[in-house]
Write a protein that binds this ligand. Structure first.
Ligand code: NAD
Length: 503
């Protein structure tokens, strides 16, 4: 296979001179030629920093064939102990090449170095460790039964991989969300074909090198680049040889994937969009609530599926809460990933900034009071051409305004007052989404009551984003299908096959 140095030259956001990195498709343990080139821009500067090659149907076919071969060959025959050892070695190698992953992620996303350093890359490595452990610690079920002839039979279930799994990933936390699916799928013995987001293909490509370096057999991990419809995404979701699709992205993309996967009856696991509520009662520790919810709303420039774009605050503390959140938003420093003390980077693309700014305009048309932000910041130097927007807070919006009902995926939130527990539970749940919620109160009974009443997959109390990777993760309603995390992931990426023995 081609070497790392040949194929990947991660650059810093201020690098202007080097030629763009070439990100080729990774099939059967090799970077292969072919495919139409498309440009990858660093959103912090607007400059092209890499070129990826869009996989056509023939390349996707090649990847599926390689994956099948791996299942019938060295990968399929590997003992569980050895499979666990190589997945742990993947984690070790990500850590050894930490800075390369860091620079690649930052070049694709423009996010502050500190976030990628403390969240994206460490969690990318952690996912391989967690699922290598989880797979080792699951019991199989067994039932002894009476038979009609007065004898006995023993049933036991063997856990088998599904086969070839298509992993379709978004751009907001590229390595973290991709490995969250690749690690359990491979721990179960499946072969994977990853289609990273067309905006952020670098770390997924780099992981191909790591797989080969640590001895993952050829074809067990493949990468195809490209887009959704009539491109690598759809070629995967409609492919007869792919048994399951695991997808993170927008709800409407999930609906398209369901249609495309239906004729070949694939298993689906979906982590989709959200419009998550935060609820702050008057008895909450306001200082901690404000600090946590400011981070929740604005970190990663609001491009987090779990971000609370709707905040409901009990009327007696409403003004104090709004003032506190405003102060936090206004203290945030926007800038280039490598700038000292930078809190917020750009949005992912010019197109996405256009969408977010449309909502900024709509909020004012809908009669919002603009507490802070609402526009494009004036930045100088390289950042002047980046896709930045100001962190933004509104009050005075009606509950049924599209700004309060549709996912914006930017650094913004609407804050609304409420008077009673019943009222706020109804408001919080009045949405087609059901990803997560964050409830703030010191009252123990109310914490349980309201926390459990939320129609969501993840209900936080006096916290947000705290994740134990063994616990179920996923969305209710139109925020997803299924749960992943710990044993829940293993249950999706494998299927029990019953063996019945007449004794
Ligand atoms: P997206 O749906 O636009 O794209 C996600 C991936 O799907 C990309 O790789 C894209 O190329 C591919 N794709 C698009 N159309 C396709 C098609 N027809 N067939 C096959 N593949 C297709 O999402 P995005 O903009 O990259 O990510 C942001 C969205 O992801 C937000 O809605 C966010 O809430 C959601 N998200 C959810 C979670 C979660 O855990 N629930 C986590 C992160 C992001």
């Amino acid at each position: 296979m081609s070497s790392v140095a040949e194929n990947h030259h991660p650059k810093t956001a201020v690098d202007r001179t080097d030629a763009p990195s070439k990100l080729r498709n990774f099939v059967d343990g090799r970077f292969i030629d072919g495919g139409q080139p498309f440009e990858i821009r660093n959103p912090a500067t607007g400059r092209v920093h890499a070129v990826a090659y869009e996989a056509d149907r023939a390349i996707v076919d090649q990847a599926v064939a390689a994956a099948r071969e791996a299942l019938n060959g060295d990968w399929g025959r590997m003992t569980l102990a050895k499979r666990r050892a190589v997945l742990t070695a993947v984690a070790d190698r990500i850590e050894e090449r930490f800075d390369e992953f860091l620079e690649a992620e930052v070049a694709d996303t423009g996010k502050p170095l500190s976030i990628a350093r403390h969240l994206d890359i460490p969690r990318g490595a952690a996912n391989f460790r967690v699922f290598s452990d989880t797979i080792a610690n699951l019991p199989t079920e067994s039932f002894e039964m009476d038979t009609p002839d007065g004898g006995k039979a023993l049933n036991y279930a063997v856990r088998k991989p599904l086969g070839v799994i298509g992993v379709i990933a978004p751009w907001n936390l590229p390595l973290l969300l991709m490995t969250w699916k690749v690690a359990p799928a491979m721990a179960c013995g499946n072969a994977v074909i990853v289609k990273p987001s067309e905006e952020t293909p670098s770390t997924t490509t780099l992981l191909g090198e790591v797989m080969t370096e640590v001895g993952v057999p050829d074809g067990a991990y493949n990468v195809v680049h490209g887009f959704g419809p009539n491109s690598a995404g759809e070629f995967l979701t409609s492919h007869q040889g792919v048994r399951a699709i695991t997808f993170t992205g927008e709800t409407r993309t999930g609906a398209e994937i369901m249609k495309s996967a239906a004729p070949t009856v694939k298993a689906l696991s979906f982590e989709l969009g959200g419009k998550s509520p935060a609820i702050v009662f008057a008895d909450a520790d306001l200082e901690v609530a404000i600090a946590t919810l400011a981070r929740a709303a604005f970190v990663n420039t609001g491009q987090v599926c779990l971000a609370p774009e709707r905040m409901y605050v009990e009327r007696p503390v409403f003004d104090n809460f709004v003032a506190g959140l405003k102060a936090k938003a206004e203290a945030m420093k926007l800038g280039l990933p490598h700038d000292e003390g930078v809190d917020l980077g750009p949005l992912i693309s010019e197109e996405h900034r256009g969408k977010v700014l449309e909502y900024y305009g709509l909020a004012l048309e809908e009669g919002a009071d603009l507490v802070t932000g609402g526009g494009v910041p004036k930045l100088s130097g390289d950042a002047a051409n980046g896709y930045f927007v100001e962190p933004t807070i509104w009050t005075g919006l009606a509950h049924d305004s599209p700004v309060c009902r549709e996912e914006i995926f930017g650094p913004c939130c609407a804050i609304m007052p409420f008077d009673t527990e019943e009222e706020v539970i109804a408001l919080a749940n009045d949405t087609k989404y059901g990803l997560c919620s964050s409830v703030w109160t010191q009252n123990l009974s109310r914490a349980h009551r309201v926390g459990q009443a939320m129609e969501v997959g993840l209900s936080w109390v006096n916290s947000w984003f705290l994740r134990d990777l063994r616990t179920p993760f996923g969305g209710s309603k139109m925020s997803g299908i299924g749960r992943e995390g710990g044993e829940h992931s293993i249950n999706f990426y494998s299927e029990p096959s019953n063996v019945c023995i007449k004794l």
